[in-house]
Design a protein around this ligand. Structure first.
Ligand SMILES: [Zn+2]
Length: 235
């Protein structure tokens, strides 16, 4: 099974909507880790094609800005009060944090990237929280300077692959760190971002479309992370 996840990372509405449209076009499910209030996200709250989870940002706390771990989590839970899953921005994790996640009622956390590993079976932590690993992440792929015509994982034969792709990189069709850096100052301006979309070499968008086009010929079903964990009796 291939599962798709996407960290919203404060993307503007048109950029989020663009990613949703792609998943709808190919009728493939996706789990979104949400960062902020968004009308576009609100509009898919009842949509069975999408799971809404949360994406708390603990980085400001590490930079000694004021606030607490609980406050950061409470803030993202205002967006998705019934979220089952959590993935921290920048994948921040720790043993005590896993207990905080459990105490808040989350059933899984998805903070571990094992790039290109073919074996990423989820597992239960000591407290019952399920750890979901991912073996592809778009920004990590371009930091490795790998081309986007190859996921470097067995997308057809692995029992499980978990993709992490960001709406901003799908929108920009990011192929290199340079493409992203050139567009970054326009992060909140979808019109300007579009002018920086990569059209020269295969990028994140091309890779995602390719995966979505082939999904139903390879897998009978399409599942969100939570649906997969339930179906496979991890939770
Ligand atoms: Zn993030």
């Amino acid at each position: 099974m291939n599962l798709f996840t996407s960290d919203i990372d404060w993307a503007p509405e048109a950029v989020i909507a663009d990613t949703i449209e792609l998943f709808n076009k190919y009728n493939v499910k996706c789990t979104f880790f949400c960062t902020h209030q968004s009308a576009v996200i609100d509009s898919i709250k009842q949509d069975k094609n999408f799971e809404l989870a949360v994406h708390p940002n603990f980085i400001p706390l590490m930079n000694q800005q004021k606030g607490t771990i609980n406050e950061v989590i409470e803030k993202v839970l205002e967006i998705v009060p019934n979220a089952k899953g959590v993935r921290s921005h920048s994948l921040v994790q720790s043993t005590p944090l896993f207990q905080v996640f459990k105490d808040f009622g989350f059933q899984y956390e998805a903070n571990t990237n094992l790039p290109y590993k073919n074996e990423i079976t989820p597992y239960k932590l000591w407290n019952g929280l399920v750890k979901v690993l991912h073996n592809f992440e778009d920004d990590v792929h371009f930091m490795y300077k790998y081309p986007f015509n190859d996921t470097k994982i067995n997308t057809f034969t692995n029992p499980l692959n978990v993709f992490s792709m960001h709406p901003i990189h799908i929108y920009l069709n990011t192929d290199t760190e340079q493409t992203y850096n050139n567009a970054r100052t326009h992060y909140q301006n979808a019109e300007e971002l579009l002018k920086h979309r990569n059209t020269k070499t295969p990028g994140t968008r091309d890779m995602l479309i390719n995966l979505l086009e082939n999904h139903h010929s390879t897998f009978k079903a399409s599942q969100t992370v939570f649906e997969y964990l339930k179906a496979e009796n991890f939770i």
